[in-house]
Design a protein around this ligand. Structure first.
Ligand code: EPU
Length: 446
């Protein structure tokens, strides 16, 4: 066993130019979508993080052959040998994104059995919208304490309209993948349209799926008999871009990300401008897409108010890092978290560092302070780990962050990029000796 931690020290302003990798939340679902095909697909710009490694294992367990060239960021997936429709609980329990195999397995085998993913620290995260949607499409659902089993019934409705109560990213993705294969027409109303969902739609269309997006967040899917393997480059990670921009903003530096998509971060960039930061964005004339973001930080950031929401609203996954940046802004800021019921755990850790934050339900009020102070902190989820690293860059002294597995789940060596830009950050890998391992083993459930 290891005891990894990240050491962060007060840093000078971050400066430079850096490229971002493909989005974790796009590549994970795209990897599951390959189950819909039979043959070899190639994915480019794939980040190497712990969740991607776990998804590789999941696909291999089902019978796929996966080769990941980590240096080239290129992944080759041969799905022709997939012959299983059950996912082991030990994989399901480690990563909620594994629920996204359900739609593709149902489409391929007419059935799927997966362990119930359960809740996590940031919220209960039920899967009722996924299951209600499947039921409307003629799927029977059986729940036990541990497992969810789904099976296609003999008769499927030729035309189904599914109105999602909330534009759930995962439910939209699962239903999209399932509906892409078959003879039926499905309409999803109030669908999620996050850039990662659009990237999934792009790869499904390359496979031969008939998908149309109508105004008002409506997606129409006309099932086809076969989907073919593809070559696809993963959309740049707006959350990695957001993390790098906030690290630059908090340290008072200057950064250009040539391959970031400003149109994926409109509300976030607007909030950075309201804080006083100078933002410029570019446009790729050949591709005809907005591309490139430069931030020049103000030395006097101002307090702002934000409310998280589904895309194109302020991304919940950037809320913790934005909160870290607001700890040192002039005035009083408020953050309302509307996506998750419990995504405020980082506030306690930031408070240990000297931040003045009060939380009332899902609303945090942040009174800007003159300084933060380094101490030992614990990351509770992927995005909380990023917030604590950013706070560490401006805190006097040294911050030691444990819970590093969360950091490794979401980011591909982001510490190396931050360090190259001037951040004082080091990931320390510590092997535990035998007696320490035994002590930990005794505390684990049998
Ligand atoms: N929800 C339900 N019922 C459902 C599905 C969702 O009540 O059937 C609730 C959830 O509990 C949550 C809210 O709806 O409170 C949003 O959930 P959604 O389904 O939209 O999110 P997700 O698909 O579970 C993805 C990302 C998350 C990101 C959210 C929102 C992946 C693998 N995960 O989760 O990413 O926060 O969308 O944008 O795509 C992260 O990367 O750190 C992360 C948590």
């Amino acid at each position: 066993m290891t005891n990894d931690y990240i050491l962060i020290k007060k840093s000078s302003p971050l400066n430079g130019t850096v490229e971002i990798l493909g989005a974790k939340n796009a590549v994970l679902v795209i990897m599951t979508s390959l189950i819909l095909t039979d043959g070899v697909s190639v994915l480019e710009n794939v980040p190497n993080n712990a969740d991607v490694q776990l998804m590789i294992k999941l696909l291999q367990d089902l019978g796929a052959l996966v080769e990941f060239d980590v240096r080239e960021k290129s992944m080759r997936v041969d799905t022709s040998g997939i012959n299983a429709y059950e996912v082991k609980p030990e994989i399901m329990n480690k990563m909620r994104a594994s629920i996204l195999v359900m739609g593709p397995l149902l489409a391929r085998f007419g059935k799927a059995k997966v362990a119930f993913p359960g809740g996590d620290l940031i919220g209960l995260r039920p899967i009722n919208y996924h299951l209600e949607g499947f039921k409307q499409l003629g799927v029977s659902v059986q729940l036990s304490d541990l497992f969810v089993e789904v099976q296609l019934s003999t008769s499927q409705p030729p035309y189904t309209r599914i109105a999602l109560e909330y534009p759930s990213v995962g439910a939209t993705e699962n239903l999209l993948m399932f509906a892409s294969l078959g003879n039926n027409e499905t309409v999803i109303i109030n669908a999620a349209l996050e850039p990662e969902v659009l990237d999934l739609i792009a790869i499904l269309q390359k496979m031969g799926a008939h998908i149309q997006i109508l105004p008002g967040a409506i997606i129409i899917i006309k099932g086809v008999g076969r989907l073919k393997p593809v070559h696809h480059t993963i959309v740049p990670d707006r959350l990695e871009a957001g993390a790098l921009l906030l690290a630059t903003a908090i340290t008072g530096g200057s950064l250009t990300i040539p391959n970031a998509r400003p149109d994926h971060l409109d509300v976030f960039l607007d909030k950075l401008k309201k804080m006083g930061h100078h933002i410029t964005t570019g446009f790729d004339c050949a591709e005809r897409i907005p591309q490139g973001i430069t931030l020049r930080a103000t030395q006097h950031p101002q307090a702002i108010s934000i409310k998280t929401g589904p895309y194109p609203g302020f991304p919940t996954d950037l809320q913790p890092s934005m909160m870290a940046a607001l700890c040192l802004a002039e005035g009083t800021s408020t953050i309302e978290e509307t996506v998750y019921e419990n995504r405020m755990l980082h506030t306690k850790e930031l408070a240990k560092m000297g931040a003045q934050i009060t939380v009332n339900g899902t609303i945090a009020t942040i009174r800007g302070v003159e300084a933060l102070y380094g101490c030992d902190v614990i990351a509770s989820d992927i995005r909380a780990s990023c917030a604590l690293v950013l706070a560490g860059f401006v805190a006097f002294g040294q911050t030691k962050m444990t819970g590093v597995h969360h950091w490794k789940r979401g980011y591909d060596q982001l510490e190396v990029k931050l360090s190259a830009l001037g951040g004082n950050i080091q990931l320390i890998h510590e092997e535990l000796n035998v007696s320490e391992n035994q002590k930990i083993a005794q505390t684990l459930p049998s």
